[in-house]
Ligand binder design. Structure first.
Ligand code: ZN
Length: 271
């Protein structure tokens, strides 16, 4: 089947060729329909979710969608005139493109599922660790290239609200975090990736694994009241931090119980 017309001499390449008043390359025009979940990235497609887009006759559909503002991490199935196509498809004039959102739960190859969070997602990082999800996070901004390289090297799913970071090709996988509120971010990540939960097994400070500890093991970290009141302790095998059922415990129990219950509901509804 045709994969589109040969590039017209006047529209060849990204920089040559005629452009419209917005500076867009005046090449083949396509019709694009976006899933509702993606419209925050393409306000120009509101309210109907559809828009016309000029392409350059050589760029892939993936590039065209990204150029319109949608991170490919958020894109699921692509249809052209009702037939599924890869992101490498080069759109031809008059094609009608449907862009679906990524399916939930999203399966990421290379299990076990691991995450890497950018500097703005510290609370989410601690909550994922509380649930036993392997979550790397650094409280200083190491920069997009270093984050992307770490995602690739450690096969971690990059979670961010930075579209520029999510466009980096080196990423193992990535996901846009839609909310700025941790109490919405955590359910979103759990629903999107459905990770295995092992509550109370990781250090919320450093992501290390916890092991049982005696009062003597952690005595140097305990104040008098804690020392007298508690007998069950855990200790991070990486940083040595001591854990016990202290003052904030009921809040943490609530977070864990909600997460475990929501996972049960997802499993139940999935049959
Ligand atoms: Zn630790």
């Amino acid at each position: 089947m045709s994969r589109g017309p040969a590039p017209q001499p006047e529209s060849r390449g990204r920089t040559g060729g005629p452009r419209d008043i917005l500076g867009r390359v005046n090449g083949p025009e396509i019709h694009v329909e976006f899933a509702p979940e993606l419209l925050l990235f393409v306000p120009q497609a509101r309210p109907a979710g559809t828009m016309k887009a000029a392409t350059d006759g050589v760029s892939s559909l993936g590039h065209v969608i990204e150029s319109l503002g949608v991170p490919l991490t958020e894109v699921g199935t692509l249809l052209v005139d009702g037939h599924e196509v890869p992101v490498s498809h080069v759109p031809a004039a008059g094609e009608s493109v449907t862009v679906r959102a990524v399916a939930h739960p999203q399966r990421v190859p290379g299990a076990p599922l691991r995450f890497l969070l950018d500097v703005h997602l510290g609370t989410l990082a601690r909550r994922l660790r509380l649930l036993g999800v392997d979550t790397a996070y650094e409280s200083t901004d190491i920069g997009d290239p270093a984050l992307a390289a770490r995602s690739a090297a450690e096969r971690r799913v990059m979670l961010s609200r930075d579209r520029g970071l999510l466009r980096r090709r080196e990423l193992w996988a990535g996901a846009f975090v839609y909310s700025t509120r941790p109490e919405e971010q955590l359910p979103y990540v759990l629903d999107r990736f459905d990770p295995e939960l092992r509550p109370w097994t990781r250090c919320t400070a450093c992501n290390g694994l916890l092991r049982e500890a005696t009062k003597e093991d952690v005595a140097d970290q305990l104040q008098g009241g804690t020392h007298r009141t508690y007998d069950v302790f855990a200790q991070c095998s990486d940083c040595g931090r001591a854990y016990w059922k202290g003052a904030h415990h009921s809040q943490l129990v609530d977070i864990v119980e909600r997460a475990v219950a929501s996972r049960g509901e997802r499993r139940g509804s999935a049959g």
